[in-house]
Design a protein around this ligand. Structure first.
Ligand code: GRF
Length: 212
């Protein structure tokens, strides 16, 4: 399964996908990494690994609809079967969503539908929850609102800061995201474009999500 990975930042999830591919536990081939930020460290990692990279930057004052078109064309030119948002910090517009209905997934650092948006770990701390985690879900036009595919739980510990909590959540992200990509690749999870990506789990195949 050919996968395009969209990134804005460090790229630890991109690295985790690559490690799982190398280990033979994720049956995917990364056809390109696309970023909206030139300085994203993830781009440097992709370059080093020989993965094609594309930059579609969006600066203050830029026309957002042109950017959405450009992003859709750039991603489509890679001809992916699946698009993975791995720390891509922009809400997608209709050009990309309509071109790849139900074929875009995202990883989020909270147990959705709780704590969507940019500050999942801090919002979990502020909310006083004792358990949070991460979610892999199908992307729709909302902010972290699409159908949930898989989740992993992470306890909130006394004295946690947003950073320490996020670091423990990321340990689980790095297991869950490659596992879900693999499950999609082998057909254990079907993303049905007719229902705009409602995830269907095949009960005849084992759905293995990481232990917490
Ligand atoms: C992850 O925590 C992910 O859940 C969120 O952005 C972060 C990206 O981290 N959407 P990285 O760039 O993969 O290290």
């Amino acid at each position: 399964m050919d996968v395009a990975v969209l990134v804005s930042g460090r790229g630890s999830n991109l690295k985790a996908i690559c490690s799982a591919i190398d280990a033979g536990t994720c049956a995917a081939n990364i056809v390109g990494v696309v970023s909206d930020r030139k300085k994203a460290a993830a781009l440097g990692f992709a370059d080093e690994r020989g993965i094609p990279t594309r930059l579609v930057s969006l600066r203050k004052g830029d026309d957002r609809s042109l950017w959405n078109e450009d992003l859709a064309k750039t991603v489509a030119s890679l001809n992916p079967d699946l698009i993975v948002l791995a720390g891509f910090m922009r809400v997608l517009g209709s050009p990309l969503l309509e071109r790849f209905p139900g074929r875009i997934i995202n990883v989020h650092p909270a147990l959705l539908p709780s704590f969507p948006g940019h500050s999942g770990p801090q919002d979990a701390l502020d909310g006083g929850v004792r358990i949070t985690g991460c979610t892999v879900h199908i992307v729709d036009a909302g902010v972290d609102t699409g159908p949930i595919i898989a989740q992993a739980a992470v306890p909130v510990l006394d004295g946690d800061s947003a950073d320490s909590l996020h670091a423990r959540i990321q340990v689980q992200e790095h297991r869950l995201l490659p596992a879900v990509i693999h499950q999609i690749a082998v057909g254990a999870i079907t993303l049905d474009p007719l229902t705009v990506g409602t995830p269907v789990t095949d009960p005849a195949r084992s759905l293995t999500v990481p232990d917490v």
